[in-house]
Design a protein around this ligand. Structure first.
Ligand code: COA
Length: 256
């Protein structure tokens, strides 16, 4: 059977490629299962420091959940499908190792939600984003209504979801959904360079940045509590000793 997910490991960096280009990398049950396994490998392999998620082919990152699996439906099946996708995407959002989306084309529906679950997004100038579920009589179910709202604001998120319209990479950049837009041919090298820079830092500090930043969603009091606890973890680390020592000695730090 064809591998619906390709994984590559290179010098501490894992690249996960959703690999159904003929179906614009739509997320079927098999992709979700393989993605879960790949994410488990990312956490369990201590040599891996960070991950890039992208799509195979030139046309799509992920054009949504696989609509052909939607025919057999009732309320309970729908709820369980959403819960499954939500859990998987929470694994991405809560990963202690940084995960960047390299959005190489259509990121629609569940594809936009997948990108939103990553720690941040870099897009090719050919990328298109949107939540077209309303056109099928449904709504985003893999965390989109929550993450899109937080990232681009309630009014814009409502418009995106209510109209089902899609938006180009420049617009996604303008409203803060993606951090960078680059020519399609440079997306991979640009994203890899960014990730290599990040994973050269202290892995303890990176994990605590992710945890504290995610905690902002629980409200100011909880967020501050989490930030202080995360700061404590980083403060007690050997990497902190090394970072400060290197600064004083005017050299590059050698983090563990
Ligand atoms: N689920 C299942 N199959 C999908 C899919 C999805 N979300 N998105 C695309 N495909 C399939 C198409 O059915 C087609 O398969 P076929 O060649 O066997 O007919 C193939 O991928 C290529 O897509 P096609 O529609 O022919 O490409 P296009 O360039 O004309 O249009 C899109 C591209 C993205 C605009 C269009 O595919 C689309 O609207 N997809 C659905 C997006 C969506 O609603 N996502 C949210 C789902 S909840």
């Amino acid at each position: 059977m064809e591998n619906v997910i390709l994984t590559e490991k290179k010098e501490g960096l894992m690249t996960i490629t959703i690999n159904r280009p003929e179906k614009l990398n739509a997320l079927n049950a098999s992709v979700l299962q393989s993605l879960q396994e790949a994410l488990h490998e990312l956490q369990s392999d201590a040599s891996l420091r960070g991950c890039i998620i992208t799509g195979a082919g030139e046309k799509a990152f992920v054009a949504g959940a696989d609509v052909t699996e939607f025919m057999k439906a009732d309320r309970q099946i729908g709820k369980e499908l959403a819960e499954l996708g939500q859990q998987l995407f929470l694994t991405i959002e809560r990963s202690p190792k940084p995960i960047i989306a390299a959005v190489n084309g259509y990121a629609l529906g569940g594809g936009c939600e997948l990108a939103l679950a990553c720690h941040f997004r870099i897009a090719s100038d050919t990328a298109r984003f949107g939540q077209p579920e309303v056109n099928l009589g449904i709504i985003p179910g893999y965390g989109g209504s929550q993450r899109l709202t937080r990232l681009i604001g309630k009014g814009r998120a409502m418009e995106w979801m209510m109209t089902g319209e899609s938006y180009d990479a420049q617009e996604a950049w303008r409203i803060g959904l993606v951090n960078h837009v680059c020519p399609a041919a440079e997306l991979q090298s640009f994203t890899e360079a960014k990730m290599r820079m990040i994973i050269s830092k202290s892995k303890i500090a990176l994990a605590q940045i992710i945890k504290a930043t995610n905690a902002s969603e629980a409200g100011v009091d909880e967020g501050m509590k989490s930030e202080a606890a995360c700061f404590g973890v980083a403060f007690a680390s050997d990497d902190m000793q090394e970072g400060v020592k290197a600064f004083i000695e005017k050299r590059k730090p050698q983090f563990q």
